[in-house]
Each structure stands twice: as structure tokens, then as C-alpha cells.
Write a protein that binds this ligand. Structure first.
Ligand SMILES: CC(C)(COP(=O)(O)OP(=O)(O)OC[C@H]1O[C@@H](n2cnc3c(N)ncnc32)[C@H](O)[C@@H]1OP(=O)(O)O)[C@@H](O)C(=O)NCCC(=O)NCCS
Length: 138
């Protein structure tokens, strides 16, 4: 198992993993678009797990100069509960700390209890916030 930063040759594998996780994405959530856009913004903040040539996990992060955000935490079903997401999150945290980040945030869809358990096991706490969003274009 290789846990490392994204490389251009990982593109197809990452898209495949994300499409497996979200087979019918909204038009603004297409895997290829998200991945290609990320290569234009903080490309060093995308981490992958590779096993026998296949991309089996990802974690993406963002940093705004103050806080860090975590996105796209996905592990392929056959590789879950082996610590892959935890290790990828540790890689992302390490990189964010090296950039000066002092606080991390993330969002979990309502009802995704497995994800909540994962983050709690890594020291994340549920915080009393109201999550708001506004779509600027589709
Ligand atoms: C959530 C997800 C990323 C976890 O990946 P993973 O590699 O299996 O997680 P880890 O093996 O690092 O889990 C570490 C710990 O988190 C907790 N945990 C992880 N998944 C869990 C689940 N489904 N139910 C309960 N606890 C869970 C456990 O405490 C686990 O330790 P254990 O296996 O020794 O009990 C994976 O299930 C997944 O890709 N789900 C679909 C996409 C998704 O929901 N992503 C999160 C978006 S916010």
C-alpha cells in the first residue's frame, strides 16, 4: 500500500473511485471536473492510497491561510476498515500543519454515521454550527 500525494497518472483511478462512490452525481459534482479543477488550486493537497496499481482511497484538503478543510474522503468498499482513511487524513493534516494551518473543518452528510465515527476516532468533534451554502452556478 502506497500512501502519497496525487500524481497525474492517478487521474483515471481517482475518477473511477469517486464515480464508484457517487455514480449519479449532480452536474456540479462530476468527478473529472472536481479533480481537474483541484489541479489548478493547491494541487499538493490531494492524497491517494494505491494498492497493486489501483487507487483505493483519497483525501482532498484546502487551506485558506487560516483554516483547513477536508473533502473527498473515500475508500473503496473492499479496502475499508483497514485504516486507509485514517492514514490519508494524517497525511493531509501533516501537510496542512506544515503550511501553518491551526484548525481543520469538514462536513458530513446527515445520516453518514460511519464517517462521523471515523472522524471522532481521529479527534474531530461535532461543533455547534449551522452549515449554509449558496450555489453560484450549476
Ligand atoms: C468513511 C470511510 C472513508 C472510512 O474509510 P476507512 O478506510 O474504512 O476508515 P478507517 O479504516 O481509517 O477507520 C478508522 C476507524 O474509524 C471508525 N469507522 C470507520 N468507518 C466506520 C463505519 N462505517 N462504521 C463505524 N465506524 C467506522 C472505526 O472506529 C475505525 O476503526 P476500526 O476499524 O478499528 O473499528 C469509508 O467508509 C468510505 O469511503 N465511505 C464512503 C464515502 C464517505 O462516506 N466518505 C466520508 C464523507 S464525509
Amino acid at each position: 500500500m502506497d500512501l502519497r500525494s496525487f500524481r497525474p497518472e492517478d487521474r483515471a483511478g481517482v475518477i473511477c473511485l469517486w464515480e464508484e462512490d457517487d455514480p449519479n452525481p449532480a452536474p456540479w459534482n462530476k468527478a473529472a471536473d472536481i479533480l481537474d479543477n483541484k489541479q489548478n488550486y493547491q494541487p499538493g493537497l490531494l492524497f491517494v492510497a494505491e494498492d497493486c496499481g489501483a487507487i483505493v482511497g483519497t483525501v482532498m484538503a484546502g487551506y485558506d491561510g487560516r483554516r483547513g478543510w477536508i473533502y473527498s474522503v473515500v475508500v473503496t468498499p473492499t479496502h475499508r476498515r483497514k485504516g486507509i482513511a485514517s492514514k490519508l487524513l494524517a497525511l493531509a493534516e501533516q501537510e496542512l500543519v506544515s503550511l501553518g494551518c491551526t484548525k481543520l473543518n469538514l462536513q458530513v452528510r446527515d445520516g453518514n454515521e460511519g464517517a462521523v465515527k471515523l472522524y471522532e476516532s481521529l479527534g474531530y468533534n461535532v461543533e455547534a454550527r449551522v452549515s449554509m451554502g449558496k450555489r453560484l452556478r450549476s
